[in-house]
Design a protein around this ligand. Sequence first.
Ligand SMILES: NC(=O)c1ccc[n+]([C@@H]2O[C@H](COP(=O)([O-])OP(=O)(O)OC[C@H]3O[C@@H](n4cnc5c(N)ncnc54)[C@H](O)[C@@H]3O)[C@@H](O)[C@H]2O)c1
Length: 366
Amino acid sequence: MKVGIPKEIKNNESRVGMTPAGVFELTKKNHTVFVQSTAGEGSGFFDKDYQEVGATILPTIEDVYNQSDMIVKVKEPIALEYPLIRENQIVFTYFHFASSEPLTKAMIESKSVCIAYETVEDADGTLPLLTPMSEVAGRMAIQQGAKYLEKPIKGRGILLGGVPGVAPGKVLVLGAGVVGVQAAKMAAGLGAHVTIMDINMKRLRYVNDVLPNHVTTAFSSEYSIRQLIKSHDLIIGGVLVKGGKAPKLIRKDMLKDMRPGTVIVDVAVDQGGCFETTKATTHEDPTYIIDDVVHYCVANMPGAVPYTSTIALTNVTLPYILNIANKGWEEACTKDVALAKGLNIIKGKIVYKEISEAFQLEAFEA
Ligand SMILES: NC(=O)c1ccc[n+]([C@@H]2O[C@H](COP(=O)([O-])OP(=O)(O)OC[C@H]3O[C@@H](n4cnc5c(N)ncnc54)[C@H](O)[C@@H]3O)[C@@H](O)[C@H]2O)c1
C-alpha cells in the first residue's frame, strides 16, 4: 500500500503521524511511504531520518495526498485539506467529528474511508489510541502546576516537594482515570502530598494498591471536595463521564475557599472542564486568574511536548496502520473488532451512531 504522511497544518500542531521507526516497519513489509518534506521537524525527526528507512520525501502536501492510498495524520483535516482527500482514500487520524459539522459534511462529500483514532475501542471499553495522550497530559499537569505555583507567575510561592524542615505542597487530583493516576504518580514522585478522588471505588482500590502510601484516596463528593480545596495548593481536573460533558465539581463560589495563589489545572477542559470558571486557553497564553486562583486550561496539552507525544501516539497506532496496509481496510476491520469501531464515515455514509445523532444525519451499518 502507498501510505502518506503529510505535515500537520493546523495552528500550533508540531506532532507528525509517523516516526521513522514506523516507516521502517512499513517499508520492511514492502509498503511505500511518502513523507511531506519537513513533516517531522517539529517533533525532532528530519527528512534524512525518514529517507534512511526507505521513505520517499515529497515536496508538497498535494503530492502526498495525490499519491497515497492511506493518509496517516494526527489532527483532523482542516478546510484547506478537504479538497485534497479523494474517493476511496483511507484517512486514519483523530477526527472528533461530533464537534464539527463542516468537517463531517466535507468527509461525507469526499467519499473517503475515515477511521478515527478516538473511537478505536478495545473489548473492555478502553480507547487505546486516546490513552497515551491522557498519559502525557496527566504527567504534564504536575510539571505545569508546579511551575505556576511559583510566585513570579502569581502562584502561592510553594515548592511542591518542600525541603528538609519544610512540609511539601499538597496536590488534589479529581478523577482516578488515566490522567489522574499519571498526575498522582508524578506529584508523588516530586515528594508532594497527594489526595486523589473518584466515584469509582474500583479505581480508588487500584490507586491504593499501586501508588505509594503518601497518596491518599478519597471518595468524590461535593462535601469532601469543599473541605479539601481549602488546604490543597494544586488541584488537577481529570474527570470524564463517557460521552458527556465533564461534571462541574468546583463552582465559582468555591474559589473563595481556596487560598490566594492556589493553582488549578483543568485537563478535562476539552470536555467542557470540571471547574465552572474554566475556559480553554492556548500554550501561548496558558493561564488566567479569577479570585486569586491561577487557572491553567490548555486544551491540547500534548502539543507542547511533540517529541514525546509523537512517539507515544505512533507506538499505539502502528499495529493498526500495519494491519490496514497489509490487509486493506475491509479485511483488517472484519478481523479486528477494535479497529472496526474506528470506522466513522465510509464512502459518503456515516457508520457511527453518535456522529449521525449530533447532526441529525442518516446512519448506516458499517
Ligand atoms: N487537555 C488536554 O490536552 C487533554 C489531553 C488528554 C486527555 N484530556 C481529557 O482529560 C479527561 C480525563 O481523561 P482520562 O483519559 O483520564 O479519562 P478516564 O475515563 O480514564 O478517567 C476519568 C475518571 O473520572 C472519574 N469521574 C467521573 N465522574 C467523577 C466525579 N464526579 N468525581 C471524581 N471522579 C469522577 C471516572 O470514574 C474515571 O475514573 C478527559 O476529558 C480527556 O478528554 C485532555
